[in-house]
Design a protein around this ligand. Sequence first.
Ligand SMILES: Cc1cc2nc3c(=O)[nH]c(=O)nc-3n(C[C@H](O)[C@H](O)[C@H](O)COP(=O)(O)OP(=O)(O)OC[C@H]3O[C@@H](n4cnc5c(N)ncnc54)[C@H](O)[C@@H]3O)c2cc1C
Ligand SMILES: *[C@@H]1O[C@H](CO)[C@@H](O)[C@H](O)[C@H]1NC(C)=O
Ligand SMILES: *[C@@H]1O[C@H](CO)[C@@H](O)[C@H](O)[C@H]1NC(C)=O
Length: 399
Amino acid sequence: MDEANEKKVVVAIVGAGPSGLAAAACLNRQGVANIVLERDDCSCSLWRKRAYDRLKLHLAKQFCELPYMPFPSKSPTFIPRDQFIEYLDSYKSHFGIKPYCGRSVESASYDDQIGKWRILARNTGSGEHEVYVAEFLVVASGENSEGAMPEIDGLESFGGEVMHSSEYRNGREFGGKNVLVVGCGNSGMEIGYDLWSHGANTSIVARSPVEVVTKEMVFLGMVLLKFLPFRIVDFLMMLLSKLIYGDYSKYGLRRPKNGPFHLKAVTGRSPTIDVGAMRGIKNGEIKVFPPIKSIKGKLVTFINETRSRFESIIFATGYKSNVRKWLQGGDDLFNDDGMTKVRHQWKGENGLYCIGFSQQGLFGISADARNVADDISFKLQRRRKGNAWDVAHGMISLY
Ligand SMILES: Cc1cc2nc3c(=O)[nH]c(=O)nc-3n(C[C@H](O)[C@H](O)[C@H](O)COP(=O)(O)OP(=O)(O)OC[C@H]3O[C@@H](n4cnc5c(N)ncnc54)[C@H](O)[C@@H]3O)c2cc1C
Ligand SMILES: *[C@@H]1O[C@H](CO)[C@@H](O)[C@H](O)[C@H]1NC(C)=O
Ligand SMILES: *[C@@H]1O[C@H](CO)[C@@H](O)[C@H](O)[C@H]1NC(C)=O
């Protein structure tokens, strides 16, 4: 690749999800030139293409705003997916953000010689490769860039349909079928509920303990955290959960020892917000199974040796970061899984940054984006002052 084909930029942002848009908005406000590279043909593709129809934001709207733009006051407390996409689109136009879509970043590495990042992106339209040279690299490719699937003995032999939760839209085609949802986090429980309400014979695999809460409880908890110590709020949440849901271990779900906020703080795992599945679980219409031991044809064997036949399996087994597939170096910021080494870390060496890796959803993204833009802008200002000082010095030495 000859140098003429290189595009020089101050800041390159990888990913046009909420994190990338927030970064671009904060930088634009400070007058820092930037470009956003996005592999998909649109911005925010997780929300447009990889989320199920009935999804609403789990947290109240005041915790899901991107920097410098609140939700319209008449919008509901829990924003439905379509309204969130509208908000993201108006955010984009309000801050004049024009992502370069169809640019899949395949590698990025720091060039010691020139002190800049060299980014190779494949133009998915033309198939050609483009090179960007940037002083600062902001990783905004998401904690959720790829679906994570567990390895299960015999899965490849499964005679039915297998999909990841990111491919699931709604339960319309599943009515009357025997469907197994693997995972009882937010996606698993919500998809389980959606299937059940569409008349599918629904079963859920629960591996880890779950703290089941309501949206209202989380909202209350987040408000209380402003006034009361963490432990007390966590304890209250646990009491409320027991009061509302009772002892659900008899249905096959286990409760963790500590409350929902503790779970989040220590493991990064969110509590499971019940949108209706618990009703089905309690009345036995949604069955709960232990983890899968093996699969043969359509027959699934669970670790307690119970067997059952299923026509479809939906893996709501989470997501993973793809950072390690394209970022060379950056070991001061990222671990082998492509997540930050230290939680809430957003800055590495050589002008490397990340947004949206603190397992704190949109709330964390907003804080990261402000920090990153401020830091970059501060560095640029200092450099400008430094240059002025150098020039002044040079002048002096002339005399
Ligand atoms: C089902 C679901 C529900 C959720 N609900 C909530 C909620 O209610 N509240 C909340 O706060 N959070 C929620 N989250 C968390 C959610 O991930 C964040 O809110 C938000 O979407 C993350 O934004 P992001 O920009 O960091 O990542 P993403 O939205 O994943 O965006 C990353 C972008 O980077 C692009 N990209 C990745 N790799 C490359 C590459 N190599 N080259 C170019 N582009 C690349 C992707 O195509 C994508 O567009 C939910 C997540 C899921 C999966
Ligand atoms: C295995 O788990 C299922 C679902 O919880 C339960 O119905 C079944 O009785 C269990 N089987 C054994 C052998 O314990
Ligand atoms: C519904 O699913 C359960 C669990 O797999 C199974 O035991 C039951 O027979 C199924 N019911 C019907 C009507 O197929």
